[in-house]
Design a protein around this ligand. Sequence first.
Ligand SMILES: [Zn+2]
Length: 97
Amino acid sequence: MIAKLKIVFSFYLLAGAVLLLAGVDETFNLYNLPYILIAAGFIGLILLLLLNNKESSLLCRIGLHKYKRISQDSEVPALYVYSCERCGKQKKAASVA
Ligand SMILES: [Zn+2]
């Protein structure tokens, strides 16, 4: 169900962007249809993420984690372990600096 809705909203977003870029509104009078499609797709996707993910912070639910480096990976020295300050989600990544 959620996966299907994700596809539908992604399609809205894509269709809106294509209509906008293709300049279809110069030929046909679409009013604000491309913008409405983009907005609906975007809002729909964010709502899905908010409802679907269980992180306590709303920003974390839409994937905007606030990562902070906590330690170095024990097996691969080039990798660092990052942890989100809000939800505690961890990831490993190479050092940015
Ligand atoms: Zn987080």
